[in-house]
Each structure stands twice: as C-alpha cells, then as structure tokens.
Ligand binder design. Structure first.
Ligand code: PEP
Length: 255
C-alpha cells in the first residue's frame, strides 16, 4: 500500500503532564507495538516531555501543536523547532483553524512555520479548511487552494514527500457536525490534484491527507475508506484512550 493510514490526536489545551502520561500509558499498552497504522499524539508543550517519556519504546510518535519559525531569540512565549526536536517530537500541527481565527495566523506566517519545521526534520501537519460562510458561498475549493499554495511556498519536491495535510472544515471542528463522506472526499481529491500540480504525481500520491472535524468511532469507518482520506486529525475523541483506540482500529480495518 502506498500510503499507510495515520491517526493523529490533537489534545489542544488539555491535560497536565501527569494526565497525559496516564492516557499515553493506556495507548501504549493497547497499541504501542502495532505497525498497521501510524499514530501520533500532540499534547500541549508543557506535557511533551512527560508524554514523550511514556511513549519511549513504542511505535506511537510525538507531535507538537505549534512552533515558532525562528530557532531562538526574543520571542516571548514561543517554542522553536530545535526545542521540539530536543524533546523527540517528530511531527508538528501547523495552521490549525484555531490558530488562524483566535491568534491571527496568516498564510504567510504559517508558510514560515512549515519551512522551519521541514528544515528541522519535523513533519508538518498543515491544516486547511473553510468556514461555514465560505462553504455556503461556494468558495470551499478556492479557500483550500489559497491556504495550501500559500502555506507550501518554497517547499521542495523532496520535502513535500514528508508532508501531511489535514483537511478540517472549520464548521465541523468540535461541533459534532461531520462532513459527509462525499464532501470530504471531494476536497481530499482536490487537494491531491493541487499537490500533483505543485510537486508531481508520485509525490502527491505519497502525501497523507487527513480528515479532521468531529471524527468519532461511529463515523470513522466510512470516512477512512474513501480513496483520498488517509487518516484523521482527532480533537475531542483523542482525549480518552477508548475512543482514540477505536479510531486506530477503524484505520487499521480500512486499509
Ligand atoms: C481538531 O481540532 O483538529 C479537531 C478535528 O477537533 P474535533 O475532532 O474535536 O472536531
């Protein structure tokens, strides 16, 4: 199979180091040796160290939820790619819609982060997606195209092969409203087409495109069997071992 499914948990601003380590201990016991599905957990910065230690020796990878594009300097409150690497993070979520809407992150700023992550051998999980107003105005594909092309400026073909894209319709995040499989597959196929234009067909065929937005054990099997849906970026359902493990199993079954 060309693309192994990937299930990534975005814990957002939840869990202390102790809570995170306890959750991950359950995940490691149940799924820490499996290799059918790639699994990544993305705790808040403060829990990265404890969670990383709890993951040690397992196949589950560690990701961060954000980074600053500079390596060091006078950027109060920020965390850089080399700092994340020092904690053994391998992935980083970039351009989540909450960062865009609540913290004013622009496509140009997000692009700098993508480049910094790649330069430091961190795999970016670049999030794109339309708001409800944009979907209703019929501009979904245009919005996604702009976010993707601007976010990936200056990325080489070689670098693009390690990239992960998450299509997250903003109206489906944390709302319980999930995109229909047709809606999701349409955008995923479109994203793959854009990646083909940007980086060639073989590269586009290697990039994993995750769906995010109220993915739960009940709706995951149908989403995960769509041709261009290569996994999920999971918010709410990643905060409990039971639901997250069910999503890993759903991804394994959808191979
Ligand atoms: C997310 O925040 O990336 C997300 C998909 O959240 P939820 O699964 O809770 O909708």
């Amino acid at each position: 199979m060309l693309r192994k499914k990937l299930i990534a948990g975005n814990w957002k601003m939840n869990k202390t180091p102790a809570d995170g380590a306890a959750l991950v201990a359950e995940l490691v016991t149940a799924a820490g040796k499996q290799t059918d599905v790639d699994v990544v957990v993305c705790p808040p910065f403060t829990a990265l160290d404890a969670v990383g230690k709890a993951l040690d020796g397992s196949t589950i990878k560690l990701g961060a939820q954000n980074l600053h594009h500079e390596a060091s300097g006078a950027f109060t409150g920020e965390v850089s790619a080399p700092m994340l690497r020092a904690l053994f993070a391998t992935h980083v979520i970039i351009g989540h819609s909450e960062r865009r809407s609540l913290f004013g992150e622009t496509d140009a700023f997000i692009n700098q982060k993508v480049l910094a992550a790649l330069k430091n051998q961190l795999k970016p999980i670049l999030c794109v997606g339309e708001t409800l107003a944009e979907r209703e105005a019929g501009t979904t594909l245009k919005v996604v195209q702009t976010q993707l092309e601007a976010g990936l400026q200056g990325v080489s073909k070689e670098q693009a092969a390690t990239l992960i894209v998450a299509y997250e319709p903003v109206w489906a995040i944390g709302t319980g409203k999930v995109a229909t499989t047709d809606q999701a597959q349409e955008v995923h196929a479109y994203v793959r087409g854009l990646l083909t234009k940007l980086f060639t067909e073989p590269v586009a065929q290697r990039v994993r495109i995750l769906y995010g937005g109220s993915m739960k054990p009940a709706n995951a099997p149908e989403l995960l069997t769509q041709k261009d849906i290569d996994g999920g970026l999971i918010g709410g359902a990643s905060l409990e071992a039971r639901s997250f493990l069910e999503l890993i199993r759903a991804a394994a079954a959808a191979k």
